[in-house]
Each structure stands twice: as structure tokens, then as C-alpha cells.
Ligand binder design. Structure first.
Ligand SMILES: O=C(CO)COP(=O)(O)O
Ligand SMILES: O=C[C@H](O)COP(=O)(O)O
Ligand SMILES: [Zn+2]
Ligand SMILES: [Zn+2]
Length: 359
């Protein structure tokens, strides 16, 4: 099947009331794990590549891998998305390499460390959206800075994460500003900040409303009911994956992620894209550690990678089932990017100013 844009996929998800996990990939094994899960339950997929993934695998490798996956899984619509683009060049070069969607993360400056001003964010995001829409590609913006409400700090992921202490004002997206941002930038989806952060160390206890502000999502959704919301940092960091890693020689301190039931609650209030990387990493790493420890004479990488792929596949499938993505792939007929471009040009996909009643 042809590659689908994020906008078309999330419009479908909003219409049918489901959410779509966006899994990060860096290599063939992660791609196959996601697609095997999607095939098993008839789910459309969002595959996303960070700047780190693009430099790890190379743009041509990533792009041809997605070509291979579309050919191998002809019944599954695939959205190929740039995760955390830091400037115009990152976003445009992604589109040139076949990405159908980009995130322009203007919540941080181009160094991906310095929290940006609101004006900077509006200006750069609007510019990227204008250019992307000319060719039918979709754009995700971000308003609010990802980071912990417990510590005021962002987790230092490889690619992105604010430096220094952040205030609650920065860490929680303001609903009125979200309305202004969407109208001025014309983004197709909006990543919001509600106390989640990247990586495994999100919460020191099972999160309640004080540290995972799902109420903020509900307030944003009441303001901009027609905008697709995105939750970053949404790995659940399952206890069993922490246990496998630690049982086989790992040293991960006890930590807590975003409970799946909280994400499902978000999906009831406008969340359509749910970013998950850490859980997939942990699923694979648990199996690497297990084989390395329990079969110490093993030296064939496939003997490590196959169980790792299977563990990631099972995790992806769980999320497709929980978010209602399962069963949706065959209901979608992909709209070509040129046709999406024409729809943008006609104004048909413009954000609506209505602050209609909450769903
Ligand atoms: O938000 C993410 C990628 O943009 C990934 O979040 P996790 O680290 O929680 O998996
Ligand atoms: O946003 C962060 C994702 O988990 C990607 O991380 P990465 O930059 O290490 O590839
Ligand atoms: Zn993210
Ligand atoms: Zn709602």
C-alpha cells in the first residue's frame, strides 16, 4: 500500500475514535517487529525516525527500508514521520527522502536544549507547515516543554531534551495559547506537555494527577476539539520489562512510566498519536541480556535479534489493541500526497476556530 500521511490517518482515527502508537525505528528488526504486529491485528502504523535514527541508519537505508515494508505488507498503510525535527532543513530533507509527515519541534531552539520563545515557535512551525503542505506532507508542532513535574527537569535523551530547571508554566501546555498556536501555524497535530518526559525515568512513583496532568489534556481538547493531540514520552515502562533486564544483569533503578489506562483516557479526549520508543528498546534489550546470560556460548546475532524482535512485536500488538488501532487498516483508502496538497491549497484542511463543546 502507498505511504499514508499523518493528517489522513489521524483524521480517520478521530472519526472512528481511536489512537495510533508511533513507534521509533533505527533498524530492520524494529521495522519488521512493528509490521508483524500490525499485520496480525490489521492496524495502520506510524513509524518515526529521530535525527539520531537518520544518522545511525542513513536516510537512504531508512527510506528503502520503508519501501521494503510497504511491499512486504501491502495491506497496511504506513505513515513515515520525522520525530523531533529541530529546524526547517531537517524537516525538508526528511520529506525529500519519502517521509509523509514531519514534526517541527519549535518548543526548543535548534540545539534541542534551549527552551524557545513562543514567537520563535510560531514563526518556525508556521513556515514548515506552509512548505510541507505545498507537497501534501503533514506537520506536527509542539507547544509546552516536555519534562518532569516532580523534578522540573527533562530526561536527557540522545537527541532532544531541555537543559536546566523548568517551571510548571513551561511544563504544562496552556489551552488558550494552544488555540492561538494552531490557528497561526496550521499544524495538523499538536504535541502537548502534561508531565511526561522521554526515556525510562519518568516518575518516581505510579503517577497520579499531580505529576501526570491528564486534566490538562482534557482542557486543551475542550479548547481545540478538532485538533489531533500527540502525547510524547508515552512509554509505560512495564514492570516485567524492568524485571527481565535486571534479572539478567541489568542495573535499572525502579521507575514508573505512563500507565496504558491513562493513555486510553487521553484517547477519549483528543489524543490521536502516542509516541513510544523506550518500551520497544526495553523489550529488545531484555532479550539480548537474557540470551547473553543464559546462553553464554551463543555468538550468532540472529539468536539475539529474533527473540528481541518477537518481544517488540508483542509489545506493539498490545498497544495496537489497547488504543483501538487494531482492526482499522483495511478501512482506510490512502489519499495520494498530491491530492492532499490540493486539499490544503483549497483551504479544506484549515484549522477551525470553533471552540465547540467538549467531546
Ligand atoms: O516521545 C517519544 C519520541 O518522540 C518517545 O517517548 P518514550 O521515551 O516514552 O518512549
Ligand atoms: O524523542 C526521543 C526518541 O526516543 C528518539 O530517541 P533518539 O534520539 O535516541 O533516537
Ligand atoms: Zn518525543
Ligand atoms: Zn473530550
Amino acid at each position: 500500500m502507498a505511504r499514508i500521511t499523518l493528517r489522513q490517518l489521524l483524521d480517520h482515527a478521530a472519526d472512528q475514535g481511536y489512537g495510533v502508537p508511533a513507534f521509533n525505528i533505527n533498524n530492520m528488526e524494529q521495522g519488521l517487529a512493528i509490521m508483524e504486529a500490525a499485520k496480525a491485528c490489521n492496524a495502520p502504523v506510524i513509524i518515526q525516525a529521530s535525527r539520531g535514527a537518520r544518522s545511525y541508519a542513513g536516510d537512504i537505508m531508512l527510506s528503502k527500508m520503508i519501501d521494503a515494508l510497504t511491499e512486504m505488507y501491502p495491506d497496511i498503510p504506513i505513515c513515515m514521520h520525522q520525530d523531533h525535527g529541530n529546524n526547517e532543513a531537517t524537516c525538508m530533507s526528511a520529506i525529500r527522502h519519502g517521509f509523509t509527515s514531519v514534526m517541527m519541534d519549535g518548543s526548543l531552539e535548534a540545539d534541542m536544549k534551549t527552551p524557545a520563545s513562543y514567537d520563535y515557535n510560531v514563526t518556525i512551525t508556521e513556515r514548515v507547515a506552509r512548505m510541507a503542505h505545498w507537497v501534501g506532507a503533514s506537520v506536527e508542532g509542539e507547544l509546552g516543554v516536555l519534562g518532569s513535574l516532580e523534578t522540573g527537569e527533562a530526561e536527557a535523551e540522545d537527541g532532544s531534551g531541555a537543559e536546566g530547571k523548568l517551571s510548571h508554566d513551561q511544563l504544562l501546555t496552556d489551552p488558550d495559547q494552544a488555540l492561538d498556536f494552531v490557528l497561526r501555524t496550521r499544524v495538523d497535530a499538536l504535541a502537548i506537555a502534561c508531565g511526561t518526559s522521554h526515556g525510562a525515568y519518568k516518575f518516581s512513583r505510579k503517577p497520579d494527577g499531580d505529576i501526570l496532568a491528564m486534566g490538562v489534556i482534557e482542557a486543551i481538547h475542550r479548547k481545540i476539539p478538532n485538533t489531533h493531540l500527540v502525547m510524547h514520552g508515552s512509554s509505560s515502562v512495564p514492570q516485567e520489562l524492568q524485571d527481565i533486564i535486571n534479572e539478567f544483569g541489568g542495573e535499572m533503578p525502579q521507575t514508573f512510566g505512563v500507565p496504558v489506562e491513562e493513555i486510553v483516557r487521553g484517547i477519549r479526549h483528543g489524543v490521536r498519536k502516542v509516541n513510544i520508543d523506550t518500551d520497544c528498546r526495553m523489550a529488545m534489550t531484555g532479550q539480548f541480556r537474557k540470551i547473553a546470560t543464559s546462553k553464554a556460548s551463543e555468538f550468532d546475532p540472529r539468536k539475539f535479534l529474533k527473540p528481541a524482535m518477537d518481544a517488540m512485536r508483542d509489545l506493539c500488538r498490545d498497544r495496537f489493541e489497547a488504543f483501538g488501532t487494531a482492526g482499522q487498516a483495511s478501512k482506510i483508502r490512502v489519499i495520494a500526497m498530491d491530492d492532499m496538497a490540493a486539499r490544503y491549497a483549497s483551504g479544506a484542511l484549515d484549522p477551525q476556530a470553533t471552540t465547540a463543546k467538549a467531546a
